[in-house]
Design a protein around this ligand. Structure first.
Ligand SMILES: [Zn+2]
Length: 218
């Protein structure tokens, strides 16, 4: 799951008390921000094992702090707390925390058995990365249904164009295409981790632009 992770962010952004779309986008990928950040410092680890799943060679054998159910709850509570400090709004903080939590469940659909409850065995994953004919349309349905929902329940600010919306759709399609079709990384090196962090950040920046260009309908 890559761009599908952003689907809950677009849906939540239609709530009148939701934080900015950019915050929700960061929330939806916070667990992967954490994972690739930790991996850079060797706190969590992965390796490239060609064929481990049909679509994805990432062998995610060591991610107890970010991709365990307990771990994601801690990240969610911490993120919600930060949002509360800034917004003083429990609803806004709860929405942000809930979006952090969606990450584990969306990963569960596609990952092979590498997601834990509290860091060790047993590990879970329904393994749709072995079935591209299901996983690929599913990712598109998630993201485009959620963007359609977002567009239907928000409106443009006066005098603003739809450029931000098109930029968002374009960048999501581009990153997903790279994820699916570009040559797979040969090793779990720092360049790959930084690229991943950079791609999430770019989506968040465009989310900031888009979120500031649209107003939730009342
Ligand atoms: Zn993940």
């Amino acid at each position: 799951m890559f761009i599908g992770h952003f689907a809950p962010a677009f849906i939540a952004a239609t709530h009148p008390k939701a934080p900015n779309l950019a915050i929700l986008i960061i929330a939806s990928q916070l667990i992967d921000f954490g994972f690739f950040g930790f991996a850079l410092f060797g706190i969590e680890n992965f390796r490239i094992t060609p064929g481990i799943t049909n679509m994805n060679p990432l062998d995610l054998y060591d991610m107890p702090y970010t991709h365990s159910l307990v771990g994601t709850l801690i990240w969610a509570i911490a993120f919600g707390a930060i949002i509360y400090v800034y917004s003083k709004d429990w609803v806004s903080a709860f929405i942000a925390a809930a979006i952090v939590e969606t990450h584990w469940y969306l990963d569960l659909i596609v990952h092979t058995k590498d997601l834990s409850i509290a860091g060790s065995e047993p590990k879970f994953g329904f393994g749709l990365w072995d079935y591209p004919a299901i996983a690929m349309p599913l990712e598109f349905i998630f993201i485009f249904a959620s963007i359609a929902f977002y567009v239907a329940r928000t409106h443009k600010k006066i005098a603003s164009k739809s450029t931000a919306l098109y930029a968002m759709i374009g960048i999501l399609l581009m990153f997903q295409a790279i994820d699916w079709f570009a040559p797979k990384p040969e090793s779990a090196d720092a360049a790959f981790m930084i690229m991943a962090l950079l791609s999430f950040s770019i989506v968040a920046v465009i989310g900031w632009w888009l979120g500031n260009n649209r107003v939730v309908d009342r």
